[in-house]
Write a protein of this length. Structure first.
Length: 526
């Protein structure tokens, strides 16, 4: 046969459309062939074990260039993604050796009855996985478990948390796990597939809980392994969901169970294919869990305190190459003090964005909301500075606020922030327009550490009883000083709110409550 498909050299290329309809170029380079667990292979030696090929790739002959000691009667099975295979021409089929046996997905699952898959030598064409991960993820995940000799446990009392014990939210969830009788297991952000396989086999956890996709790979290998093991994957999106998901190019996230701190994103997440999405606000952690700290006295605080940076880390890189239309920026500035501020949904509408994923255009709406959030905070903090403000945050604030504003360096969230909340007369919160109906950690922490919060009237406050929010939530920065004056005159009301808020949070809004919500929705026994 003289077809290119039968006489290829490494790095010949073929254009195909992936499962999302995007045009992609496939090659058959030496690094594109791996074993079942993703380890690179240079050659395939024939022995007494049958061979299973997961994906032929665009050039069938590429596999044969890897074989040594090839035997005509050797058992070689292969399976291909249907979406890929139907794009291949007739010549492609003719170039597959006749003694190679094609099997369907159904046959692959049945193959275990007459051929022990754990005895197979299994190899994969890696680029196909990235383009058709919905098909290959399920296949590879099941086969990996077979090779691990995985046997699911009927009962388990452990939960995998992504990150380390002392990271933000992981620390709180670690305590929450223990409070409800579960053992927390830690999986590092840059953890490997082999590490996850070991945890799954040895610990057989009840749940994998990720914050903002931490601990999960972008291509879905970890997710599909966990899915095959029947271990639910819960992803808690505590930042703007579309900003988090824009890092992915494979659709596996649609099969996970998503939780968002802002319920206003649920409709579009469903519309874009997410199967299970729930609202799950942030929560409180009790003062008794505060780590030991020697820095308990914060000197010379002004009456109002604000803790927060002017922008999130790597902001310039995240929004690189994006530019907002000047005409919409002008409209947004006029909207800052209106009842419908220029939040991220406002920007989506103005920019006429219809598709949120996989296109990254949604980040342009995020940029608009982030820039307006900074303007909003700048306005509120400038007014706060008139009567005395101490701000803990990055140096950028010095160039955005009045010259004599007391701007101090960032402080440790666990060691110092609680003491600031406790010692400040009033702590100010200004909610980001990236999460227009969400809450911040301040809405919980300030009260738990016996402080007093004044906040903008974010719609997310509907989570709490009106009698708690009506006095501390203000519509405009212009109302800030009159709000403070009220509490200065009515100290009884101030003390009542401090006690009432703390009691309500302890009764209904601890991280253990949130974790119980997750387990209940996933029907995991507590």
């Amino acid at each position: 046969m003289s077809s290119l498909y039968c006489n290829i050299t490494y790095n010949d290329r073929k254009v195909v459309f992936d499962e999302l309809g995007r045009k992609k170029t496939l090659a058959s380079g030496k690094d594109d062939f791996v074993d079942l667990f993703g380890n690179s292979i240079k050659q395939i030696s024939f022995d007494n074990h049958p061979i299973l090929l997961l994906g032929i790739g665009p050039f069938p002959n590429a596999w044969q260039q890897l074989f040594i000691n090839q035997e005509e009667n050797k058992k070689i099975f292969w399976i291909e993604s249907p979406l890929f295979e139907k794009q291949m021409p007739e010549e492609w089929h003719k170039c597959i050796p006749a003694h190679w046996k094609k099997i369907s997905l159904k046959e692959l699952l049945e193959l275990h009855t007459f051929l022990k898959l754990s005895d197979c030598r299994i190899y994969r064409y890696l680029p196909s996985y990235r383009l058709f991960s919905t098909f290959w993820g399920m296949v590879v995940g099941k086969l990996q478990l077979t090779h691990l000799n995985y046997a699911p446990s009927l009962s388990s009392s452990s939960i995998i948390l992504s990150g380390t014990e002392k990271e933000l939210l992981t620390y709180e969830l670690n305590i929450a796990c223990q409070q409800i009788g579960f053992t927390p297991l830690y999986f590092p952000h840059q953890g490997t597939l082999s590490q996850l396989c070991q945890i799954v086999k040895e610990q057989q956890p009840s749940l994998f809980l990720s914050i903002n996709l931490q601990g999960l790979d972008s291509e879905g290998y970890f997710f599909y392994l966990l899915q095959a093991a029947k271990i639910p994957v819960a992803i808690w999106l505590v930042d703007n969901p579309w900003h988090v998901l824009s890092k992915l190019r494979s659709p596996w996230w649609k099969e996970a169970t998503l939780f968002t701190t802002d319920h206003s994103f649920i409709y579009e997440l469903h519309k874009h294919g997410a199967q299970n999405v729930y609202a799950l606000p942030l929560a409180a952690w009790t003062k008794t869990l505060l780590p030991n700290s020697t820095n308990s006295t914060i000197h010379s605080l002004n009456p109002l305190v604000f803790i927060g940076n002017a922008s999130f880390p790597n902001k310039k890189k995240f929004f690189s190459g994006l530019q907002l239309p000047s005409s919409i920026i002008s409209q947004a500035k006029l909207q800052l003090n209106n009842n419908d501020p220029p939040h991220v949904h406002w920007w989506v509408k103005k920019l006429a964005i219809k598709q949120y994923w996989p296109d990254k255009k949604i980040r342009l709406a995020g940029l608009g909301a982030e820039e307006c959030s900074l303007l909003k905070r700048q306005l509120w903090l400038t007014i706060a500075a008139e009567k005395g403000l101490t701000l803990f945050g990055n140096p950028e604030w010095k160039y955005l606020l009045p010259p004599k504003t007391d701007v101090r360096s960032p402080i440790d969230y666990y060691k110092t922030v609680p003491h600031v909340y406790n010692q400040a007369k009033y702590t100010l919160n200004v909610t980001s327009l990236l999460l227009p109906k969400g809450l911040t950690q301040r809405h919980f922490d300030v009260w738990m550490f016996d402080g007093f919060l004044i906040t903008d009237a974010t719609p997310g406050l509907s989570l709490f009883p009106k009698e708690l929010t009506e006095f501390i939530a203000i519509q405009s920065a212009k109302d800030l000083h009159s709000c403070i004056e009220r509490f200065e005159k009515d100290t009884t009301l101030r003390l009542h709110l401090m006690h009432a808020w703390k009691k309500h949070l302890i009764d209904f809004h601890l991280y253990s409550n949130r974790l119980q919500n997750i387990l209940s929705l996933l029907q995991i026994n507590i």
